[in-house]
Design a protein around this ligand. Structure first.
Ligand code: ATP
Length: 416
């Protein structure tokens, strides 16, 4: 099955109620998307399936829902205020702005682009003759660091002290609540906290449909372990993440694992791998798995003055900061990968093609459809009775469609 074009998928998503352009009647707001009736069912299913697999069905996992707004000191401690940025380059000719490292990825590879210092970006763009994607010019300004945190103000008084950030990841909510969760749930190491939710990043170059947006959803796990035990646990999470990808229907030939080089590692990480998917425009990150060591807990301990240690229940004298393995999954990016993988324009006859979404039952918006063949009142009533019976007894998601020719209704079902 050949990969669909992104345009074909975007069009299906709008036509069939999966994903609509945001604020469309006002001319839209670039790179914002709204999940329609089928999109939200699919997204909810992915999220529920994930929660079931990684939280409800595991004794070593518990859930959390922390706030989007947090004390700004959290983001100073985590390093986001000083480190969470991308190299921004201005095209001096057309004044458009781009992410310098992304422009270079095709020429020098993802690893090569990720390790460039800020000073190296502009000379490299010129040396590699990377033209402005907007105007075709070759006139780049010196790169600047651009912080991706969304800043806003809380309360009625503007100015100093009212500045606050929208969270760029769900992870920090789990770190600051580590002791609350561990003590209230009497958890022993190793154990994990999971949370799903919306995050915000002021991306320089959002795009490729829902692949890179400024508001998106994540499903993250912080898995706390005793220092020295993280090696095999990291490997186990790698296998579990890979298996999840297969179970939601992604083809192994369009998946690969990429180990981050030492130079590429984020400020908090001692080892990171990405699970990448082959999107229509090339390989790109789908998920990440990082060994964050005790970086976050030790930073929060230092900056808040509060103890963040774990006490060994078998030896109360033994107190230490756990290490953390972090499997992180983009929820909205998962939905995109699932849709790309499932999409097929199937040629039936010379002049007849039908669009089919080969969705795995665990993520499909509907489990079954009831399509009465006749519009006779007593038959519709029977069909409705059947609908109610199945919905109430099984909890299955059922589409009920009585409009149009039956052949057309079958085709419409193929598309979803
Ligand atoms: P990228 O290299 O693509 O910018 P990242 O390394 O910054 O991603 P993480 O910080 O590891 O991403 O975020 C965890 C997950 O969140 C990613 O694996 C991805 O699935 C998702 N994600 C990150 N940024 C975006 C975005 N702008 N839009 C949609 N999903 C995103």
């Amino acid at each position: 099955m050949s990969a669909p074009t992104l345009d074909a998928l975007v069009s299906l998503c709008k036509r069939r109620g999966f994903i609509f352009p945001g604020s469309e009647i006002y001319g839209g707001l670039a790179n914002t998307w709204d999940y329609g009736p089928l999109g939200i069912e699919l997204k909810n299913r992915v999220q529920h399936e994930w929660w079931k697999r990684f939280v409800s069905q595991r004794r070593d996992m518990v859930g959390l829902e922390s706030g989007i707004l947090m004390n700004p000191k959290v983001w100073e401690a985590s390093g986001h205020v000083s480190n969470f940025g991308d190299p921004l380059v201005d095209c001096k000719k057309c004044k458009q702005r781009f992410r310098g490292d992304k422009l270079l990825e095709e020429k020098i590879g993802v690893e090569g682009a990720a390790v460039l210092t800020l000073e190296q970006v502009q000379p490299m763009l010129l040396a590699e003759k990377i033209k402005c994607p907007s105007c075709g010019g070759l006139d780049w300004a010196i790169a600047k660091k651009f912080n991706l945190m969304f800043r806003t103000q809380q309360g009625v008084i503007e100015g100093e002290g009212a500045d606050i950030y929208l969270r760029p990841e769900t992870a920090q909510g789990m770190f600051v609540n580590f002791r609350n969760v561990q003590q209230s749930m009497r958890k022993r190491l190793p154990f994990g906290i999971a949370q799903t939710g919306t995050v915000f990043r002021n991306e320089i170059t959002p795009g490729n449909f829902t692949f890179r947006t400024r508001e998106f959803q994540q499903m993250e796990i912080e898995y706390f372990v005793a220092p020295g035990t993280e090696g095999p646990i990291f490997e186990q999470w790698k296998d579990d993440m890979w298996q999840w990808c297969l179970d939601i229907g992604l083809a192994p030939e369009r998946l690969r694992i990429r180990e981050h080089t030492k130079e590429e590692l984020s400020h908090y990480s001692s080892r990171t791998i990405d699970i990448e998917y082959q999107y229509p425009w090339g390989w790109g990150e789908l998920y990440g798995l990082a060994n964050r060591s005790d970086f976050d807990l030790s930073q929060h301990q230092k900056c808040s003055g509060q103890e963040m240690t774990y006490t060994d229940p078998d030896d109360p004298m033994k107190k230490f900061l756990p290490y953390v393995i972090e499997p992180t999954f983009g929820l909205t990016r998962t939905v995109l990968a699932i849709l790309l993988e499932a999409y097929e324009d199937e040629k039936l006859k010379e002049d007849d093609t039908r669009t089919v979404l080969h969705l795995k039952p665990i993520v499909a918006p509907y489990d079954l459809a009831i399509l009465p063949l006749s519009k006779k009142e007593h038959l519709i009533a029977k069909a409705e009775e059947l609908y109610k019976k199945i919905v109430q007894s099984s909890g299955l998601h059922i589409d009920f469609d009585i409009t149009g020719r039956i052949g057309k209704r079958y085709r419409l079902q193929d598309e979803i």
